[in-house]
Ligand binder design. Structure first.
Ligand code: PLP
Length: 389
């Protein structure tokens, strides 16, 4: 017999992990908007408006800017499969888990990755990129802006200059940074950038905003081989997302486009500078509170991403107990460590809607209670009072 399950009723949560983050109620409301056909002139206009607002948030005039169907990984796959051909040299900077994924995908495409590494929790020094570029004639240099596994925010300006001096394309993963930190594609001469909707943009997971510079578009046009993915072929997607005459490519999720459009409206109404400032202030509050509780922040000082803080799990404290109790007793989700940091770190996200003073104070007081219960010595109220100060 088929079971008919009960009505969907997830418990309320405060999402302070590595994403997804809390979604603005306006975005949830937009998602209840009725469908339009994928070629309806009204929907085309909604697509145009969405792409336009994406350009503003990316800081670019790039014509080829659109949201690809799928999560951040579809952005990563699209970015790479459109420019990498078999035997192409690509320099991949790895200082955490997601840099490793870029190398993996480049290899699957037949590219030849040269890895430039830095210890997890530190930045990639620009000289290392320059050294690698002197050794290989790379077509692309790829790097993650905000590395979600370590909480590092990678400075990009100097590396961009080096990459362009060597006439390579600069590819940046902005999945976690977009909407919470300036990515400024045009000012920084970033050729290819992709993101996700579920982090600092304040939407649900499901679309991957992406942007290609004129030079990147030329590279795609001059390919010797066919783009190996139909779904992520930018030359086909471009014909659906721009121009006078639109050509069907695949049925995009109207619901997700509505969601992204509303999320971008919320971002731009707040103002980009005000939004970056909010992310920075709340991150400072959190970091002061955690430090006052005697907890150790993992990411290199001076390069800490405001939207993602990594904390070393103190000796003798159970990672799982704390995260379970945060969830079950306080409805708060934080992330466990990923890859090399599994079991060693907590990842606390303050992204988009989730980045509020209230959430910082709630988390600090809940953490203090739970850590004390586990036998960790912490002065009562130390975290909250440092954060408030
Ligand atoms: N790149 C970075 C830096 C990320 O943090 C993530 C996800 O957390 C991804 C790529 C992949 O995105 P998704 O999980 O949305 O596919």
């Amino acid at each position: 017999m088929t079971t008919i399950y009960g009505e969907l009723k997830p418990s309320p949560r405060i999402l302070l992990g590595p994403g997804p983050s809390d979604v603005n109620p306006r975005v949830l409301k937009a998602m209840t908007t009725p469908m339009l056909g994928y070629m309806d002139a009204e929907f085309i206009q909604i697509m145009d408006e969405t792409a336009d607002m994406l350009r503003a948030v990316f800081g670019t005039k790039n014509a080829l800017t659109l949201p690809v169907s799928g999560t951040g990984m579809s952005g990563m796959e699209s970015a790479l499969c459109n420019v990498i051909e078999p035997d192409d040299e690509i320099i991949v900077c790895i200082k955490g888990y997601f840099g490793g994924r870029i190398a993996d995908i480049a290899e699957r495409l037949g590219g030849k990755p040269t890895i430039v590494e830095a210890e997890w929790g530190t930045i990639i020094p620009p000289e290392k990129v320059e050294d690698a570029l002197k050794k290989v004639k790379a077509k692309v240099v790829a790097i993650v802006h905000a590395e979600t596994s370590t909480g590092i925010l990678q400075p990009l300006d100097e590396i961009s200059e080096i990459v362009h001096k060597h006439d390579a394309l600069f590819l940046v993963d902005c999945v976690t940074s977009l909407g919470g930190q300036p990515v400024d594609l045009d000012r920084r001469c970033i050729d290819i950038a992709y993101s996700g909707t579920q982090k600092c943009l304040g939407g649900p997971p499901g679309l991957a905003p992406i942007s290609f510079s004129g030079k990147a578009v030329e590279t795609i046009k001059n390919r010797k081989t066919k783009i190996p993915s139909f779904y992520f072929d930018m030359t086909l997607l471009e014909r659906y997302w721009s121009g006078e005459k639109r050509a069907y490519h695949h049925t995009v999720s109207m619901t997700m486009v509505y969601a992204l459009r509303e999320a971008l409206r919320v971002v731009l109404e707040e103002g980009l500078d005000a939004r970056y400032e909010r992310h920075q202030c709340n991150a400072e509050m959190l970091k002061s509170g955690l430090t006052a509780m005697g907890l150790e922040l993992i990411a290199q000082d001076g390069y800490r991403a405001p939207m993602l803080t990594t904390v070393a799990i103190p000796d003798g404290i159970s990672d799982v107990n704390i995260r379970k109790s945060l969830m079950n007793e306080h409805g708060i989700e934080i992330g466990g460590g990923l890859g090399d940091f599994a079991g060693k770190a907590w990842r606390i996200g303050l992204m988009g809607e989730s980045s509020t003073q209230k959430n910082v104070l709630l988390l600090l007081s809940a953490l203090e209670k739970l850590l004390s219960k586990e036998g960790y010595k912490v002065e009562p109220g130390a975290g909250v009072s440092a954060a408030v100060r």
